[in-house]
Ligand binder design. Structure first.
Ligand code: ATP
Length: 720
């Protein structure tokens, strides 16, 4: 690649302006300056030393900053000037403490109190009195001996000895009267900052686990692999005490990060699975600094000639800098985030892998109607960009065409022998055989909430439906049946809420990628029910971390087949790289003669068999679409329903403890109980099995919650 050209590309930022309205004049630039890969130069020895010095927990903070050092010097001068007064104060306090102790001793207070408590003071009075007299005599004796000793010393050594004795007594009294830790006002209200020291002191790690309540007071950790330097951080593997679960450590990662004094993005906690692991083995990695603050990495696809759609597509890197590839075939992908977090960039990465395989067929529906997808028009079998109702109706036609295509493929697979098609599933050879005509076909829909929310009427087999409802039904059917036949969906949405993306559609989208969202509910909508309680909540990601999200893949990734989800920063693929990849994809298709549809200049209308499609997706569900959207539930019932998800209907659970709901929904328990009561849900007590055995806890019966939901939905619909 020409370096000059590439540098130019970095400086020339994406132009976001209306194409038709562009007349002569300076372009309006919208974008972010990104300093990445190729410009990175090796740090010098001095720079490396400075970086180590700044990060090392062994170097005191005052030596890391000039401002802090000056402040520390000033504090020292003040301390020195104040020291005579502080010593005098300590001596006075020491005299008071000594006098109090002597008084209690001479009065035999402990003996007296014990006798009083056992109501035997009268019996013991004579003994106490005798002891008191004896102690007075001892006191008198010590004073006389002391006075004589001082007089003798004075005679022998002069007044110097008096000064020395006085100084020694003062030091003793000052020590006695020093400000000790533990009593109010006797320690600084704000102690210094906590810093990460666990790599040096395993006890700190154990304490952190205890502070985070991940192990009990009397429990400890076992070291499996000592702390090692891995990448730009340290890794350690430990075994939890028996019965403690690694899943709970992952869930409470934030508490552990706080106990270890690091930001949670710097802490990666994974369960070690398989042969070398067990349910209580935890592998931890702590980054030296924010792992996502470094410049983003360009997609490795830029350097490859072609890609195989069956290979997982390079998607990004995790905090430990491990490459994460995303399997796309036989699954579907949902990408969700608030605006400007990198959804389109993420969806385009998935597309890039497929574009570089000339045997794939692409449908691209860009409801963002910007320039982000424009370059894909040269390779896409069907392409459109716009957010009007006509575009939604075109999408309906595409989806109907794809449903027919899937049905056709299954029919044709039945006729193939077992050697070519061993299961009712497409294989790599089948997808590349031009005679079979079953290429991997992917439909990309950016801002999928636009068609899903469209209320234009469509008539299907005599029934009136909303276009959005019909799109939802078609997408659900395709996500369920399509992947095995080689048809996959990639949907990106700015509005990951339960009303926009129907729950039955979400349930069948295998892979999920959640960039930053507004709250844990939206995060669960993208990632799946209760993922926040398992430690995966994309609302906790930082706004400055563009392209960073939580990936829940459907299938094996390089991190491991059993990893539920992971935080990934997507590769950076700005517009000029995207254009290069699309041009390369076109050249590959031209060479293989696989250019079809829109890209080949033949914008054929889809062949539609509405009757067969309506039959396939089922009349019952279509009727549901007709009845309009479900009435909105009041809070906190809506959040409870969101949290419980499918558990509410599945009947797997009869009861949910209040404590679980309060902690998952992050609400105040009294107010929550009152609001639930107002909505017709009264708590009960049930016996449940917890870690500490069977206990009776307060909570709600699923049936009661279900009944309250039905009542409120019914009421809402009646009102309309
Ligand atoms: N992996 C990445 N590394 C660094 N920056 C990124 C990355 N991915 C995206 N960005 C930055 O984030 C910005 C927004 O990305 P993108 O257009 O994909 O957001 P979006 O979520 O699709 O936005 P919208 O909702 O407005 O369509 C881009 O301009 C890009 O500079």
């Amino acid at each position: 690649m020409n370096p000059e050209a590439s540098n130019q590309g970095h400086d020339a930022l994406p132009v976001r302006a209306d194409r038709q309205d562009l007349v002569e004049g300076s372009p309006v630039l919208d974008g972010e300056l990104v300093d990445y890969g190729p410009n990175k130069r090796r740090a010098t020895r001095a720079e490396r030393f400075t970086s180590w010095w700044q990060r090392s927990p062994r170097v005191p903070a005052v030596l890391k900053s000039r401002r802090l050092a000056v402040q520390a010097a000033k504090d020292l001068v003040v301390r020195l000037l104040r020291s005579p007064f502080r010593i005098a104060g300590a001596v006075v306090r020491g005299v008071a403490v000594a006098a109090r102790w002597w008084r209690s001793w001479v009065r035999v207070s402990d003996y007296r109190e014990a006798a009083e408590q056992s109501e035997k003071l009268a019996d013991k009075f004579t003994d106490i009195r005798a002891l008191t007299l004896f102690r007075w005599k001892v006191t008198g004796g010590v004073l006389v001996v002391g006075a004589v000793a001082v007089a003798v010393l004075d005679l022998l050594y002069g007044s110097r000895s008096l000064w020395i004795t006085g100084a020694l007594v003062s030091v003793g009294l000052a020590v006695l009267g020093r400000r000790k830790d533990g009593s109010p006002g006797r320690k600084p209200v704000l102690a210094g900052p906590r810093t990460l020291t666990w790599t040096m002191d395993p006890q700190v790690l154990v304490d952190a686990f205890r502070d985070a309540k991940l192990i009990g007071k009397d429990e400890s950790l076992r070291l499996v692999e000592r702390a090692l330097r891995v990448g730009d951080g340290r890794a350690i593997t430990v075994d939890l005490p028996a019965t403690r679960k690694a899943a709970d450590v992952i869930k409470n990662r934030e508490a552990l990060a706080s106990a270890l004094a690091v930001d949670e993005v710097q802490l990666i906690v994974e369960r070690v699975r398989g042969n070398g692991g067990h349910a209580g083995r935890v592998s931890m990695w702590v980054a030296d600094s924010d792992p996502y603050a470094s410049p983003p990495v360009r997609t490795p696809l830029l350097g490859v000639q072609r890609w195989d759609a069956w290979r997982p597509v390079p998607f990004g890197r995790d905090a430990r800098d491990r490459r994460i590839d995303l399997p796309l075939v036989w699954t579907s992908l949902l990408v969700g985030a608030i605006p400007r977090q990198g959804k389109t960039f993420a969806a385009r990465l998935a597309a890039a892998g497929l574009i570089l395989d000339p045997h794939t067929r692409l449908y691209v529906a860009d409801f963002k109607s910007g320039k982000d997808w424009y370059a894909a028009a040269q390779v896409a079998h069907r392409f459109m960009s716009g957010d009007e109702s006509e575009h939604v109706l075109t999408l309906v036609d595409w989806l109907v065409e794809l449903v027919s295509e899937v049905q056709g493929r299954y029919r044709r697979m039945q006729d193939l022998d077992d050697l070519v098609c061993p299961e009712s599933k497409i294989t790599p050879d089948m997808s590349r055989d031009p005679v079979l005509d079953m290429p991997i076909t992917a439909i990309f829909i950016d801002e999928v909430q636009v068609p899903l929310e469209n209320r234009s009427p469509v008539e299907v087999e005599g029934k009136k439906l909303t276009a959005g409802g019909y799109v939802g039904e078609l997408l659900t059917w395709l996500a369920r049946k399509g992947p095995a036949a080689g048809i996959l969906l990639v949907l990106a949405t700015q509005r990951p809420d339960s009303k926009t993306i129907p729950s039955n559609l979400r349930a069948v989208l295998g892979s999920r990628f959640a960039l930053r969202v507004m709250d844990w509910r939206d995060s669960n909508i993208v990632l799946g029910e209760q993922m926040n309680t398992r430690g995966y909540d994309s609302s906790r990601l930082l706004a400055s971390h563009k392209g960073v999200g939580i990936l829940r893949p459907d299938g094996e990734t390089d991190v491991g087949a059993d990893v539920l989800a992971m935080t990934v920063r997507t590769f950076y693929m700005p517009n000029e790289d995207w254009r290069t990849i699309c041009q390369q994809g076109r050249a590959l298709r031209e060479a293989e003669r696989t250019l079809t549809g829109h890209a080949a200049g033949e914008d054929s209308r889809p062949v539609l068999d509405h009757a067969a499609v309506a039959k396939a997706i089922g009349g019952g569900s279509a009727a549901e679409v007709e009845s309009g959207p479900e009435a909105e539930l009041p809070e906190p019932l809506a959040s409870v329903v969101d949290y419980l998800g499918d558990e509410l209907a599945s009947g797997d659970r009869d009861f949910v403890p209040t404590a679980e709901l309060v902690s998952a929904l992050e609400v105040e328990s009294t107010a929550f109980g009152r609001q639930m009561g107002d909505l017709g849900c009264k708590p009960t007590r049930e016996r449940v099995t917890t870690e500490d055995g069977v206990r009776q806890v307060r909570g709600y019966l699923m049936a009661d919650i279900g009944a309250a939901v039905a009542t409120h939905r019914g009421a809402g619909t009646d009102d309309e």
